[in-house]
Ligand binder design. Structure first.
Ligand code: NAD
Length: 426
């Protein structure tokens, strides 16, 4: 008989995981608080705009039984928690995780494996999740049920490293639990599954990975601002430094850091270390630098327009891209939203467009967005933009200033058309 898995939270992490489990022949139950998500999932419609996921879910229609009712938890051999772990300002908010785990505790049965995939700081599984599950169920972790952590590393929109091709690390509170968890993940993941010796280490892996990205992006974002003053093209410098075959890994400057992970996971590590008596100054500074980038980009637009004698009054700035990264429709903590807010506060008329987010766009097409705008700010480098934003296209649309916050457009070609161009550190 096929093993049964119950996935709690059918968002950017839980829904692709549910599809993968169904593809691998598991019986899949999905639990979400959002009735709309549940209905769509049962109809084989992805609530997330992602062509690969949309196709998969439509093909798997009927193979994922989604519900808002938690009773399904009892039927599962394995329960996987994929609920949000947000930060309120700089403080971790464990509310959604605690609520999900309280629900599980009411239906937990002997022998079940519970895995937390949500990103947490070291200690949450043991110190927060374990007591809730034990108190609610009357069962003992490690003996009567199994509990562990296997951080999700999915990169939505990444066509090369899809969920099944990304190696995973995991650990449970007991050896038997770790063995069960390894068996489960080996049955769905094609890449390597690495066992760690403690749940805390597995939890730390994820926050360290994301903090690594945050501080390296902050480094190049700071370099961009200093190189702008010195007139050095950072894009060229990064390209040059990347020719060193060891000891260097390229990171690219941009409009800031968005999404549910990198923009907030460092706060989880900072908070945990603080409670243990350590102050992460470097990590806080990285967060500060990355959080300041939307203002830097909005300032570049203002300055470039000023340089050609245009003030904010009646000036149209088109912001292309609302999602925090290309190829997806996720706007959580997107720098683009902050750039728009700041430009409006400066008095500019803003026209926003994102092909992945038609309802949140001010216009229906790229042509409409660009036509007659004074300044174009490329905030998200969706493929559809890159295919069309040639110097000729921009000239024909009458654009006078281009702010390329992703350093992906043809700088020389655009300048050759008499259009002012400014990248970030470029
Ligand atoms: N988005 C990513 O790229 C990514 C990558 C790796 C890890 N993560 C981590 O995975 C976790 C989930 O992130 P996400 O982006 O999928 O979030 P999401 O907001 O897209 O999805 C979470 C889902 O959980 C549901 N939910 C919340 N509380 C619930 C409860 N008590 N019971 C049932 N359903 C509940 C919500 O309705 C929502 O549909 C987070 O900890 C995040 O940090 C995210």
């Amino acid at each position: 008989m096929a093993k049964t898995v119950c996935i709690i939270g059918l968002g950017y992490v839980g829904l692709p995981l549910a599809c993968l489990c169904a593809e691998k022949g598991l019986k899949v139950l999905g639990l979400d608080l959002n009735q709309g998500i549940v209905e769509k999932t049962n109809q084989g419609i992805s609530h997330i705009k992602d062509p690969v996921l949309e196709e998969k879910l439509s093909r798997l229609k009927g193979k994922i039984a989604a519900s808002t009712k938690p009773g399904a938890i009892r039927e599962a051999d394995t329960v996987i928690v994929c609920v949000p772990t947000p930060a309120r300002g700089t403080k971790p908010d464990l509310g959604p995780l605690k609520k999900a785990v309280e629900t599980i505790s009411k239906f937990l049965k002997e022998g079940q494996l519970v895995v937390i995939e949500s990103t947490v700081y070291p200690g949450i599984t043991e110190d927060v999740v374990r007591p809730i599950l034990e108190n609610g169920s009357g069962l003992k972790a490690g003996r009567e049920f199994f509990l562990g952590h296997c951080p999700e590393r999915i990169d939505p929109g990444n066509e090369k490293f899809t969920i099944e091709r990304i190696p995973r690390v995991l650990a449970c509170l007991s050896k038997e639990g770790t063995k069960k968890a390894k068996q489960f993940y080996s049955s769905i993941i094609e890449a390597e599954i690495i066992q760690l010796s403690s749940v805390k280490s597995a939890e730390a892996v994820k926050v360290v990975e994301n903090t690594f990205r945050d501080i390296n992006i902050a480094f190049v974002n700071e370099l961009a601002q200093s190189f702008d003053k010195m007139g050095i093209d950072l894009a060229e410098v990064v390209k040059g430094a990347s020719t060193k075959p060891f000891g260097y890994m390229p990171f690219y400057p941009g409009p800031g850091v968005g999404g549910h992970c990198i923009a907030q996971d460092p706060y989880y590590l900072i908070a945990r270390a603080e409670s243990a008596g350590f102050e992460h100054r470097f990590l806080r500074l990285a967060r500060e630098i990355n959080n300041s980038m939307p203002a830097y980009v909005a300032g570049l637009a203002e300055k470039a327009l000023q340089d050609i004698g245009i003030g904010p009054e009646k000036t149209v700035v088109s912001v292309l891209g609302l999602a925090y990264k290309p190829g997806i429709d996720d706007t959580r903590k997107s720098p683009s939203l902050e750039i728009i807010r700041l430009l409006k506060a400066k008095g500019f008329k803003v026209r926003a467009f994102d092909p992945f987010l038609p309802k949140q766009s001010d216009v229906a097409s790229l042509d409409e967005a660009v036509k007659g705008c004074d300044c174009l700010v490329l905030a998200t480098h969706h493929r559809a933009f890159l295919e069309r934003l040639s110097p000729e296209f921009l000239k024909a649309a009458g654009v006078r200033v281009v702010i390329d916050s992703r350093n992906v457009l043809d700088k020389e070609g655009i300048r050759a058309k008499g259009i002012a161009y400014k990248g970030v550190g470029r």
